[in-house]
Design a protein around this ligand. Structure first.
Ligand SMILES: Cc1ncc(COP(=O)(O)O)c(C=O)c1O
Length: 443
């Protein structure tokens, strides 16, 4: 075993990993395109974009060059009272391509901090306007917004968030239009109508105490790859308008083409008041968060009273290397017609999803853009453990790794979320493996 692998075993605590019984982490020496290479010569297909961040493939020459070019000029500078070209150009570019009305960009470090910024902006916005009662947030069941405290408060996955609940601020929880969980997917319209009524009820009761509604537009990721109808997105926007509440769209996962549009809000289409971006913002290279907001939100903070400043910032705010790579990634999305490729992937996925629906072990198979998911039926042998702790999750993950494919089921939800540079043949290889592994699991 390599020396550094032993050092990892002795000292490193890995995320979302039960260190007592998880298999040892797989060492990765280098990566290229959709493949990860181990020191012992294995070539593993990255079917989940290395935790949903990578879109152009690993170690892309264009992104590498952008990074090299920037590193020769400026790596990092304090962003309070200073600025640099990559941050300014990236902000202008994001404003240009984001849903209209979002004209200001606040940088941070990752998806969770992009969400923290959004929640704090919304809370302080109402305080500054004198509406001090508006400090409640509405968030959805199955929501995942990150692992920092504000993001966890908005989170709706009991397994991840209940331990910390006494420390989290109060949130009104609205049902998510997850029609498979509602009635086995029999009547999606009834599910949506129910969710709309419930949200309206919350806003009716507490509307004047609510600062903002926060949602993952179209696709709730970590909660189980749950796909929403676009009409529900429009309904939420309409209700927020009717009750004068801000709408925060967390596009940390969905941004940059993942659902087939550059931003999932375009499916509505809706225009949020605040938008959170990260993950694929840098093509999957470097951590960077961006929270966009309207002039109305931004301008509320303008004051000669310095105590009304937005007191938030991180050491690495707007890191110059990350901003330069993000700019190049956005240029690549545009000039390589990446969205067209995502639509091709979506149509290939559609055919394979239809086949998955025919398997008895699959309860529901669904997809949007470059995401495909299969929710497994309850398993008599799994002693009641369902959801994220379903023992089939790690078992399936091992079976895929044996086939040199990285898939990491969310318990009983198996999903594919590859870099957009995956080829048609590679897509078929992944789905062939899924059919084979699920057949083994069912036998
Ligand atoms: C929708 C959403 N928001 C926020 C986050 C948190 O991002 P990060 O892990 O970069 O903190 C995630 C991460 O998966 C996410 O899916």
């Amino acid at each position: 075993m390599d020396d550094w692998v032993k050092l990892d075993r002795s000292h490193v605590w890995h995320p979302y990993t039960q260190m007592l019984e998880a298999p040892p982490p797989l060492p990765i020496e280098r990566a290229e395109g959709v493949y990860l290479y181990t020191p012992d010569g294995r070539k593993i297909l990255d079917g989940i974009s290395s935790w949903w961040v990578n879109i152009h493939g690993h170690c892309h020459p264009r992104l590498n060059r952008a990074l090299e070019k920037q590193i020769e000029r400026l790596e990092q500078v304090i962003f309070a009272g200073f600025t640099h070209e990559p941050a300014a150009r990236l902000a202008a570019r994001l404003v240009e391509c984001a849903p209209s009305g979002l004209r200001r960009v606040f940088y941070s470090d990752d998806g969770s901090t992009a969400v923290e910024v959004a929640l704090k902006l919304a809370a302080q916005y109402w305080r500054i306007r004198g509406e001090t009662r508006r400090s409640l947030f509405v968030a959805f069941e199955h929501a995942y917004h990150g692992d920092t405290f504000g993001a966890m408060a908005a989170g709706g996955i009991p397994l991840f968030h209940e331990t910390f609940r006494p420390l989290l601020f109060e949130v009104r929880r609205a049902p998510s239009p997850h029609s498979y969980a509602f009635d086995g997917g029999r009547d999606p319209a009834a599910c949506e109508a129910h969710c709309r009524r419930e949200l309206e009820g919350i806003l009716d009761r507490d509307g004047d105490r609510i600062a903002a509604v926060i949602l993952e537009p179209m696709l709730q990721g970590a909660g189980g790859m749950i796909i929403w109808p676009a009409s529900f997105l429009r309904a939420v926007r309409e209700l927020c308008d009717a009750y004068g509440v801000l709408l925060i769209a967390d596009e940390v996962l969905t941004g940059f083409g993942r659902t087939g549009k550059l931003f999932a809000c375009e499916h509505g289409p809706i225009e949020p008041d605040i938008l959170c971006l990260s993950k694929a913002l840098t093509g999957g290279y470097l951590p960077l968060g961006a929270t966009l907001c309207t002039d109305e939100v931004h301008d509320a903070f303008l004051s000669r009273d310095r105590s009304l400043t937005f007191f938030h910032g991180h050491s690495y705010t707007a890191n110059a290397l990350a901003c330069a790579v993000a700019l190049e990634s956005l240029a690549m999305i545009e000039d390589s017609d990446v969205l067209k490729r995502v639509r091709e992937i979506e149509s290939l996925f559609r055919g394979r999803i239809a086949r998955l629906r025919g398997l008895p072990i699959v309860g529901e198979a669904r997809g949007i853009g470059a995401v495909a998911a299969a929710e497994l039926r309850a398993d008599a042998a799994s002693s009641g453990e369902r959801g994220y702790l379903d023992p089939r999750g790690p078992r399936l993950q091992r079976a895929f790794l044996e086939r040199d494919i990285l898939l990491r089921p969310l318990g009983d939800v198996l999903y594919v979320l590859p870099p957009y540079v995956i080829s048609d043949e590679e897509i078929h290889r992944v789905f062939d493996a899924i059919e084979e592994v699920l057949a083994e699991e069912a036998s």
